[in-house]
Design a protein around this ligand. Structure first.
Ligand code: NAP
Ligand code: G4F
Length: 345
């Protein structure tokens, strides 16, 4: 019997990589996409075909994480063995602009799925996409499963709710519900407004004379960046472990946004030099043209300055460790962007 999985957030970066992983492992994968006025399936178009021709092992459904009825009906109809809740308004800066929607989707979305599991079949395994943003104003360094949370945005506060409601349902109803606390992970499929994608895309265009400038916010924030392909493997391993627990997934290495820019520039053979401080800091190219400027519009009302994780627990018990380092990640993202440019995109 093939295992059945249900992925909320299937059209996102992680949803796409996870779908491919589970199909490779022989699962039947059901994915939930939300209605939008323009197409939102570009990350899974390569594996999805219209229902009249589709291979029966990857099936898409309309649904929405803010709509309890659709969630209940889908779980009841599909009867999955495993549910991965990756659906979220996942942009931290945007969460300050739409805090109520973010809380509804990111916090209550988890509750809606958990309630459905308890009512329909408490044997269904549940993965909650938690975030290192929950550590926010960090209380210890590096961060592990025991580090207290101090969220710094409506997004992070919502994820803390989702984390604790997952723990609470696990303890109250003895269900197999787990939290992954994942540090930043990127890939060619990363959303266009996250900082790594924004940098790689812009610098590739600047190198090819298709763009003049890149505008950024706080380039001194530090992150622990991994590759999404490694991280979806961890999600799956978390649900295969003998008992439901919470897990930190990270690389244990940290770079600032500015260091990330310098690494990308070096790989593109784009010589840049920095001048100025604060909002006046700028990067110039060899011809002394300004190519990067800082804009206060990209700063957040509250920032998360310093994230670096410790995933020794996952290493020891899940036998998980990242296979792809920052150099591989950047090269992968660059190759994708250069190919897009070659194809006129
Ligand atoms: P992403 O690319 O932004 O994908 C989010 C997914 O959620 C998309 O499929 C999106 O649909 C869907 N979605 C948003 N609102 C929805 C709604 N109301 N109903 C149903 N689906 C909805 O995010 P990601 O990078 O793949 O991350 C996956 C999950 O992990 C998210 O929960 C994120 O918060 C969390 N996380 C991410 C990272 C990271 O560094 N990537 C780290 C820690 C945790 P559309 O395609 O239609 O927008
Ligand atoms: O790429 P970012 O927007 O990612 P952020 O805020 O760390 O959140 C991502 O990772 C979380 C895991 O820790 C996820 F939970 C979350 O869903 C998301 O995937 O920003 C990274 C850093 C921030 O400090 C930000 O202030 O880059 C800084 N930054 C500087 N200039 C910028 C920009 N971020 C964005 N998005 N755009 C800029 O122009």
């Amino acid at each position: 019997m093939k295992k059945i999985s249900l992925i909320f957030g299937v059209t996102g970066q992680d949803g796409s990589y996870l779908t491919k992983l589970l199909l490779k492992k022989g699962y039947i994968v059901h994915g939930v996409k939300r209605r939008s006025s323009s197409l939102n399936t570009h990350r899974i178009d390569d594996i999805y075909q219209e229902p009249f021709t589709h291979k029966k092992n990857f099936i898409l459904h309309y649904g929405d994480i803010t709509d309890g009825t659709s969630i209940f009906d889908l779980i009841n109809k599909i009867k999955p063995d495993e549910i991965y809740n990756l659906a979220a308004q996942s942009h931290v800066a945007v969460s300050f602009k739409i805090p109520e929607y973010t809380s509804n989707a990111d916090a209550l979305g988890a509750l809606r799925i958990l309630e459905s599991i308890v009512k329909i079949n408490p044997k269904i395994k549940y993965y909650q996409a938690g975030s290192s943003e929950m550590y926010g104003k960090i209380q210890s360094f590096p961060q592990n499963e025991k580090t207290p949370f101090y969220p710094r945005s409506p997004y992070a506060v919502s994820k803390v709710y989702a984390h604790w409601i997952t723990v609470n349902y696990r303890e109250s109803y003895k269900i197999f519900a787990c939290n992954g606390i994942l540090f930043n992970h990127e890939s060619p499929l990363r959303g266009e407004t996250f900082v790594t994608k924004k940098i790689v895309k812009a610098l590739c265009k600047i190198k090819n004379k298709k763009q003049k400038k890149l505008y950024l916010g706080n380039i001194y924030a530090k992150r622990d960046w991994g590759h999404a392909q490694d991280y979806v493997e961890a999600m799956w391993k978390i649900l295969q472990y003998k008992k439901p627990e919470d897990w930190v997934i990270c690389t244990g290495k940290q770079y600032s946004v500015k260091q990330f820019i310098n690494l990308v520039s070096k790989k593109l053979n784009l010589k840049i030099f920095w001048r100025g401080k604060g909002l006046h800091e700028k990067a110039y190219n060899e011809k002394k043209q300004k190519i990067i400027e800082i804009k206060k519009e990209y700063f957040r009302p509250a920032e998360v300055d310093n994230l670096k994780g410790n995933s020794n627990k996952a290493k020891k018990y899940l036998k998980w460790k990242p296979k792809k380092d920052i150099n591989y990640l950047i090269q992968d993202m660059i190759n994708y962007e250069l190919n897009e440019l070659k194809n006129g995109k």
